[in-house]
Write a protein that binds this ligand. Structure first.
Ligand SMILES: NC(=O)c1ccc[n+]([C@@H]2O[C@H](COP(=O)([O-])OP(=O)(O)OC[C@H]3O[C@@H](n4cnc5c(N)ncnc54)[C@H](OP(=O)(O)O)[C@@H]3O)[C@@H](O)[C@H]2O)c1
Length: 275
């Protein structure tokens, strides 16, 4: 459901003892005042914000398993936070981060709008929300939770591209001094760190070459390729998800499985390919 309308439906469900995975943004942000600022409404149940588990399964598995309310992450934050979590948690980068994301048109939902008309979106690519996208506070909140001592400064620029589904995110950051070796050895260390961080994850794969959105289309996978630019020394971390699966309904099922004690991968091994 759309944000704001979802919160009003969720509260009575919780009162009836029903566990909820909310796919809207309504319980993702911990600070109620952010809803006024970014979504233009006053939150109807701010007392639930602290309780809601942020539903990025790979980071909050135990909390999600025991939660009665899970705030399923936004599509852009899922790809961006999974791409950045290992280096932010280990404080391997300077806190000035650039996140460039490209999303297929289904990211805007089915509601009609001029920007998602075929004739507007086809054979076109454009950046939007340069003044600040609604997913920015969510990304910043979660990066800060991974590294509470650091003030993350995040430049997030989303783009709309002419494909049905998928998000490709490229993150750029300066390595913190003295934390990683230079050159090829540094890139290998980085790859090892990511392989280790996501070792037991059923839906995250660290890959040796830049992933394509088609590699995740219809699946609950997130593919991540971390590397270091040999010319500038900057970290470049690329992730791919399907916005409608790991970025939305698939991750919601993954969280539901945990909350109900089912195998985490139940129902998620076949491809979901409509639209
Ligand atoms: N699209 C994505 O990639 C994505 C990813 C992550 C999260 N989300 C979030 O998921 C939510 C839904 O997004 P979407 O892309 O699926 O949007 P959508 O295609 O526009 O669908 C919204 C759905 O909500 C229903 N709805 C609207 N108001 C309702 C109400 N008052 N009571 C019951 N149902 C109502 C609509 O029903 P009708 O069709 O009958 O109007 C429609 O089925 C949003 O909060 C969005 O931010 C979307």
């Amino acid at each position: 459901m759309p944000h704001q309308e979802s919160a009003e439906e969720v509260v009575p469900l919780l009162e009836r003892g029903i566990k909820v995975v909310d796919i809207s943004a309504d319980f993702r942000l911990k600070d109620a005042s952010e809803y006024q600022k970014w979504y233009g409404f006053s939150h109807p149940a701010p007392q639930l914000l602290a309780e809601a588990a942020y539903g990025l399964t790979e980071l909050y598995r135990p909390r999600i398993a025991s939660a009665r309310l899970v705030a399923n992450p936004g599509c852009y934050p899922t790809g961006a936070i999974l791409a950045l979590a290992p280096v932010v948690k280990e404080a391997l980068i300077e806190p000035d981060i650039i996140i460039d994301s490209k999303s297929g048109v289904s990211g805007a939902g089915r509601t009609l709008s001029q920007q998602s008309h075929y004739a507007e979106a086809n054979e076109d690519i454009s950046a939007y929300a340069l003044e600040g996208h609604r997913h920015l506070p969510e990304i910043v909140q979660e990066l800060k939770r991974l590294q509470p001592g650091q003030m993350a400064s995040v430049t997030f620029v989303p783009h709309l591209i002419p494909m049905t589904r998928g998000i490709l995110t490229t993150c750029y950051a300066q390595p913190a001094p003295g934390k990683l070796a230079g050159g090829k050895k540094g890139a290998e260390e980085l790859q090892e760190l990511y392989l280790d961080f996501y070792r037991d994850e059923p839906f995250v794969r660290v890959v040796a070459s830049p992933p394509h959105t088609r590699h995740t289309s219809g699946s609950n996978l997130c593919l991540i390729h971390p590397t270091i630019n040999p010319i500038t020394g900057k970290l470049v971390i690329i992730s791919c998800i399907d916005n409608l699966v790991k970025g939305a309904g698939g991750q919601a099922v993954q969280n539901m499985n945990l909350m109900l004690g089912f195998p985490e991968t139940a129902g998620l091994q076949a491809l979901a390919i409509y639209p």
